[in-house]
Design a protein around this ligand. Sequence first.
Ligand SMILES: *[C@@H]1O[C@H](CO)[C@@H](O)[C@H](O)[C@H]1NC(C)=O
Length: 386
Amino acid sequence: MSEIPFAMSPLIVVAMSLMQDQVEAALNSIRPNLIIFDVAHWIPPLARRLGITSIQHSSVGPSSVAHNLVPARNLSKGQHYTELMRPLPGFPSSSIQLQVFEARSIMEFWTRDFIGGMTFHDILLASLRDCDAISMRTCREVGGPYCDYVEIQHGKPVLLSGPSLPDPPTTKLEERWVKWLGGFERGSVVYCALGSVCHLKKEELHELVLGLESTGLPFLAALKPPSGCATMEEVLPQGFQERVKGRGVVHGGWVQQTLILEHPSVGCFITHCGGSSTWESLMNDCQVVVLPQMDDQFFNARLLTEDLKVAVEVKRRDEDGWFTKEDVCMAVKKVMDDNSKVGNELRANHTRWKQVLLRPDLESSYLDGFLQKLFEITKIPPPCHA
Ligand SMILES: *[C@@H]1O[C@H](CO)[C@@H](O)[C@H](O)[C@H]1NC(C)=O
């Protein structure tokens, strides 16, 4: 999915569903014990017919699944899941309150016709209904209550694969960034990246970069030019580049995010809260400001601000998500000002979570537990270890 524009992602789901015959033939010859799938509701019935266990793996966060994918039988009479603004009673966090623009944007994607009259929501819900178990990329420490909730709502086991934090990079940061970042004080640079999928509108991009400018701090923003614009230079506000020369860069291409976040000069990370960026934000020492753009990013953002309490969010207008340069500046100042009480508290909370996640045996203990559960579910005796 990462290889194609987000708007075209339904086509992958369609293409996959057109391969059912080939998949069945492959399964018949491989005869696996289990099959792990994501967006393919036709897998569980096929797997069952062949005597194969099926597990739906969710790459989005458990709070998003818990909030958006409630079985119809658990809704009260007349209630529809499109009331995404309000989670059901029993939902673990009362602080996840979607803004109007967030609920609308999720709804637009989830209620679009994907294949044969089924919406994205229908497909995921059917997958969860028919599979033998659900697996999630998280750990109990972070997503526990949501996973318990999903387990109860759907009445089947939820397996946790652990956070699968990225391995430390083996490459080195490009020399030009080493040099540029090296010219600033420790922890002073604001790094802003909104992911490879998001294209801000020109007006939004202006507010964002003007907001960065008005913090007075050095900054590096790695952003995609708005749709229809070839280069960053042609969209930046008038006079902007001259004014921030020497302390601010807006880069229109890809950068080595993990290495930049590790650089000692970088002190603040403005993130869209994509799956990987959310975990990455927890693994380093930067202060975190969230500016989610779509879907599960809204939930990842609330995870960081409301559940873990390690980040602040850029204030947005309820109806359409509009934010101003003042909103951007205010969020950054809140975490970066030396004598900010909130900033210091967030830093302490962040340090605590980082220690939890970087515990040396965290990943391996989750993987061991995951395997153990797979053996239980497939009723295959685990191999004996020497
Ligand atoms: C930091 O975490 C503690 C404990 O969860 C919480 O009470 C506090 O409000 C958090 N600080 C901020 C600024 O969110």
